[in-house]
Design a binder for this molecule. Structure first.
Ligand code: SF4
Length: 368
């Protein structure tokens, strides 16, 4: 039950639910599910091994399971969740964006980015987004529905398989970082995102065995959900999409700010930093003449200094037809200098994927 005054985010009712999948279930629930199919409990472990450790969903590969049982187990617990509409690559093929079609025709995106020292995957947690940020392609289309836990996890399983199989130049590799920064507001799909974090970080073969420290959950600032996440005792990083240090402008750029103000959002973020022991990442899209003025840089520095924080400045990747564009280089440099003058660590994010419509939602919007 929501507390009085707390906003709830209700996804439009989908015509049909996504099919149940192994990755929706905890290890104990998987055992119950195979038992309900008349199988021994160890089949759950075998299926988990194939899916979470070998990344295979093809019953032909499940040679430790009797052939006569494989199709039934596949249909019940490893159904097809999504298919590739297309891959788009750039940066010498080390950035690969994938457009997925889900079982009901819904489109979502994920992006794999290979760097010399790490591989990061940016995944979607919702189809569309209900937060309505006016500079964002996803926000313009509204929320279609929440993704299931398995639909979130499968984007990563496919990314790990592609890396292992050498589909991304640079030789076989393992995923090191996951960022929930694709389509959607992860904390508006709280339970399924939390389930996905558990599947990603449970040791093989119960899950993918990734480190919590390599996972970043981003939010526009849903304060009760940030507090709830802090209570989970995770070591994931929290990223807050702030985009403005003052309520007047943030009310416009991030409409949910009319419900939870800058001060409340930052207080919740510092609480998360305290509980998790991780620095909070403040995401700030620099938009020319909108939020990049010297006085706003100074105000941001004063709000953040002395806290466990790191600022990521993001040169705006304009969406087609948008009136907003990226800041001038001299304004960007001055913004960085103003934050550094307050002792606030800051980096300007590289703008990978721009030529493949890398901002979340642009590829799906173009397809529609
Ligand atoms: S910026 Fe993020 S929260 Fe805002 S509409 Fe886009 S996807 Fe949603």
């Amino acid at each position: 039950m929501p507390k009085p005054g707390e906003l709830t985010f209700v996804a439009p009712r989908a015509a049909k639910k996504p099919p149940r999948h192994l990755a929706d279930l905890s290890p104990a629930e998987r055992k119950e599910a195979v038992a309900a199919l008349g199988e021994k409990p160890f089949r759950a472990k075998q299926l988990s091994q194939h899916y979470f450790a070998r990344y295979t969903t093809d019953p032909a590969d499940w040679t430790d399971i009797p052939a006569a049982r494989r199709e039934g187990l596949r249909d019940a617990l490893v159904p097809e969740l999504m298919s590739v509409v297309r891959h788009l690559s750039c940066d010498d093929d080390t950035t690969r964006k994938t457009l997925w079609r889900l079982f009901d025709g819904t489109l979502v995106e994920s992006v794999l980015m290979r760097y010399p020292d790490r591989v990061t995957m940016c995944i979607s947690s919702q189809a569309g987004c209900g937060m309505n940020c006016p500079f964002c392609a996803t926000g313009q289309a509204g929320l279609t529905r929440n993704l299931s836990t398995a639909e979130i996890v499968h984007q990563i399983v496919e990314g790990m398989r592609a890396l292992r199989d050498g589909e991304v130049p640079g030789g076989p590799a393992r995923l090191s970082n996951i960022v929930f920064m694709g389509m959607g507001e992860p904390l508006a799909n709280y339970n399924r995102v939390l389930g996905a974090i558990r599947r990603l970080t449970d040791p093989e073969p119960d899950g993918l065995g990734l480190s919590q420290r390599g996972i970043t959950v981003s939010t526009v600032g849903l304060v009760p959900a940030i507090n709830r996440l802090a209570d989970e005792g995770l070591k994931c990083r929290l990223a807050v999409s702030l985009h403005a240090p003052d309520d007047e402008l943030r009310d416009e750029l991030v409409p949910v700010n009319t419900r939870w103000k800058v001060r409340e959002v930052l207080d919740a973020a510092w609480g998360y930093a305290e509980r998790s022991g991780r620095r909070v990442s403040i995401e700030y899209a620099l938009i020319r003449d909108i939020n990049d003025q010297a006085w706003r840089a100074d105000l941001l520095g004063r709000l953040l200094k002395g806290n466990r924080v790191h600022v990521n400045l993001i040169p705006l990747n304009p969406t087609p037809g948008s009136k907003w564009t990226a800041s001038r280089p001299e304004d960007e440099r001055a913004f960085v200098a103003a934050l550094e003058a307050h002792g606030v660590p800051v980096t300007v994010r590289d703008t990978r994927g721009q030529e493949i419509e890398g901002a979340c939602g642009q590829l799906a919007a173009a397809e529609r």
